[in-house]
Design a protein around this ligand. Structure first.
Ligand SMILES: Cc1ncc(COP(=O)(O)OP(=O)(O)O)c(N)n1
Ligand code: TZP
Length: 618
């Protein structure tokens, strides 16, 4: 609806051009449809007028736009006392922001235009392409090198394209595969914003429940890359220095990669917006370098080094898994490169037991939760195990830095959400870790996993010892959770269920004495972590092309993380069976050293003889 029309002087390539500016945005209630159409036609005429094409400014070469770090402005999110233009100038000054979108909610059109013009002068200084959020009038009042970003509730994209012409950059937000298809095939947009990936306070109403998560974004990105298509896309919503790496990798499947991240608060909310932009740019650069390094490898993108393994076409039956575990165990025991270092941030109750059992399982434990050394350690470790049993502010901080660093360096991460469903604090802690770190394997009992899956009603959570409660559908729960979190899931209990989201392996090994000692579950997290490290090492050793990514080696072989996790699980549970039947074991006290001895001795032959596994479906 035309609420008013004003004549404004609008700078176009250095020339003042008078045009009619309507105080409308492209967002309108549907009740105004006919007025909207009239308005769009009017705008369309303006756009077609030679004086408003502002041809003196060089057109943007769309093919050269780099979407790596896409800043969306948000004046209301600036730290107190920070000037908008100063912040924008600062964050562009080092060349780390590659695209800028001026987003002004609830700002009168003439003020919006004024802000946009001044912002454009800054973007031009650093040669960064600029777009306008939603407001067609403002966009059309600016040179053709300024583009428009619209959402699904704004002017239809086909209409926007018709009005804007071909030369302006046009982007649209998509939150499902259907919207992505329309944007690509019918609307001919130049890029899409995929999200919201997570809940965010920067846009009203975007809660965690409304977010599409890594799995939703992954489906959209795969659609945008289907059959050789290549529409650029950026991830948006809750992307920041902690979530960016895990989200980029988590969203990547079979080489289908997003082009960058769009952020508001992670840059705008910082006084050092230049540093914030550099941090994000470094993350995206490392991610892209990792993708390039793994191109053509049988690993489905470098993400597979710590996310889901690629689905494999060969039929893998029980005997295949037994032999694969036996071979991996032999390799692990005899590895010439030395025992993998397993960084374990765990409960002080189980720390010593976990360290001893890691040693028994041919690995080297390092029990550091110190945030200050986590980044350095992540270069050396084979796997990281995070256990929230007796979490403190310091260990939580260490977990966050260690998790992000492990992701950056492509090291497997195991999360053991001990007591995860028991208190709101623990639920928040687990969610915070899962948002910040791409976990390779999520291990828990029924109560812990049901809580993460949002199915706590199925199991009454009664603290760390809970888990005896029967799940209605354990197979469905672990498979759905693995798909949602893009991680392996291990449900421990009387029977254990391990899945990569496709295959579900049920294991009936183990002994009740494991439940009679404290820390055996925590130690299982460590043996599983060591198994994952062994699987990565095996892939590296089999590979002819081992590529350096920073200080990290990325194997060009197939990393079978499911086999790695199964190796850690079977070694521990079979060792417990062997320990329990020993003559010197008379109860829990004598069981502990026997378990340590048997874990040190468990062999490929034991696996082949004693593994009681099955491949199951719901
Ligand atoms: C790059 C990018 N992606 C998505 C959005 C969200 O746009 P929209 O859905 O129109 O929501 P508003 O920004 O208008 O609140 C975006 N702005 N940028
Ligand atoms: C504009 C928008 N659209 C979807 S989420 C979002 C806000 C993103 O802000 P932040 O990067 O601070 O989460």
């Amino acid at each position: 609806m035309l609420t008013r029309a004003r004549s404004l002087a609008c700078i176009a390539g250095g020339v003042d051009v008078p045009i009619f500016l309507q105080s409308i945005s492209s967002k309108h209630p549907s009740s105004c449809r006919s007025h909207r159409r009239a308005s769009f036609q009017h705008i369309s005429q303006i756009a077609a007028t030679p004086s408003s094409t502002m041809s003196e400014s060089p057109p943007l070469d769309k093919s050269k736009v780099d979407y790596s770090v896409y800043l969306v402005t948000g004046r209301d999110l600036l730290p107190a006392g920070v000037d908008y233009y100063t912040s924008l100038d600062l964050c562009l000054s080092q060349g780390h922001v590659t695209v800028v979108q001026i987003r002004e909610k609830n700002t009168e059109t003439d003020l919006f235009l004024d802000i946009a013009r001044k912002s454009l002068a800054i973007c031009d200084r650093y040669n960064v392409p600029m777009l306008i959020n939603d407001n067609l009038s403002v966009c059309l009042s600016l040179p053709e090198r300024v583009g428009l970003h619209i959402g699904q509730e704004d002017i239809p994209v086909t209409e926007a394209r018709r009005i804007l012409g071909e030369r302006r950059l046009l982007g649209v937000s998509v939150k499902n595969v259907e919207q992505a298809r329309v944007a690509m095939e019918e609307a001919k947009v130049d890029y899409v914003g995929v999200g919201p990936c997570y809940g965010t306070l920067s846009k009203a109403g975007i809660t965690e429940e409304k977010a599409i998560g890594c799995s939703g974004a992954q489906k959209i990105v795969a659609e945008l890359r289907k059959d050789g298509k290549r529409l650029p896309c950026v991830l948006i919503g809750g992307l920041n220095q902690k979530t960016a790496a895990r989200t980029l990798f988590g969203v990547t499947s079979a080489g289908n990669a997003p082009d960058g991240i769009a952020v508001i608060s992670a840059i705008v909310g910082r006084t050092d917006s230049d540093v914030a932009a550099k941090e994000l740019s470094d993350i995206v650069k490392k991610y892209k370098a990792g993708l390039a390094a793994s191109a053509g490898s049988s690993i489905a993108g470098v993400a597979s080094a710590f996310a889901l393994p690629p689905s494999v076409s060969t039929t893998k039956d029980v005997s295949w898994y037994k032999s694969a575990v036996a071979s991996l165990l032999t390799f692990h025991r005899s590895s010439t490169s030395g025992p993998p270092l397993i960084q374990t941030i765990t409960s002080h109750v189980s720390s010593t037991m976990s360290a001893n059992l890691a040693l028994a399982f041919s690995s080297s434990p390092i029990m550091s939760h110190e945030a200050a050394e986590a980044a350095d350690l992540s270069l050396a470790i084979g796997a990281l195990v995070l256990n929230i049993g007796t979490i403190s502010p310091a260990s939580l901080q260490g977990m966050h830095v260690a998790g992000t660093s492990a992701n950056r360096n492509l090291k497997p991460v195991v999360l053991d959400p001990v007591g995860g469903g028991a208190t709101q604090f623990r639920r928040d802690t687990v969610r915070g870790i899962l948002n910040a770190t791409q976990v390779t394997l999520l291990k828990g009992n029924a109560a812990e996993l049901a809580s993460i899956a949002g199915k706590s009603d199925e199991v009454k959570s009664r603290g760390v010892d809970s888990g005896a409660g029967a799940l209605k559908d354990p197979v469905g729960l672990v498979r759905d959770l693995a798909r949602k979190e893009r991680s392996l899931v291990l449900l421990s209990g009387k029977k254990d269920y391990l899945t990569d989201g496709e295959t579900v392996i049920m294991s009936d090994n183990g002994h009740p004495l494991l439940g009679a000692i404290t820390g055996s579950g925590c130690a299982l997290g460590v043996t599983v972590g060591a198994g994952l490290a062994a699987a990565c090492n095996l892939a590296k050793s089999q590979s002819d092309g081992v590529t350096s990514l920073g200080n990290t080696l990325v194997a060009h072989g197939e990393v079978d993380l499911l086999v790695g996790a199964l190796t850690g699980l079977l070694a521990m549970t079979i060792a417990s069976e062997k320990a329990a039947v020993r003559d010197d074991v008379r109860g829990p006290g004598t069981f502990i050293p026997a378990l340590q001895d048997e874990l040190a001795a468990v062999s490929a032959e034991d696996i082949l003889k004693m593994a009681k596994i099955d491949i199951v479906s719901s």
